[in-house]
Design a protein around this ligand. Sequence first.
Ligand code: FES
Length: 116
Amino acid sequence: MALVTFSSPEYRDKTVYAVAGSHTQTVLKLALENKIPINFECEDGECGTCLVKVTSIDKKNQRMGGPLTEKEKAVLKQLGKVTSEELEKMIVDDLPCEWRLACQMIVRDEDIRVEY
Ligand code: FES
């Protein structure tokens, strides 16, 4: 069970439970199920509309890497959120990326804050 806190300057923070480990539960699905008004369009990792900033607020675990999909890498580079060098380093050192696409990021067993 993970706690996901959705945070936006326009709305009050909302924390929801997520059942981690389903391998299909994306941050976007979780948001929609809980009526969080995250912007999205393609739901397929191509438009970049669902860009979110993700930080760990987990006291038990270390921040989990969590692989970026190829589409996600391409879009994040296009948006200027990461460089190829940064991506390379994240892969080598298994580091998480703070920018994610909500429609591509699978919820893991980790408490996170999602800024949208
Ligand atoms: Fe288009 Fe996520 S909705 S990239």
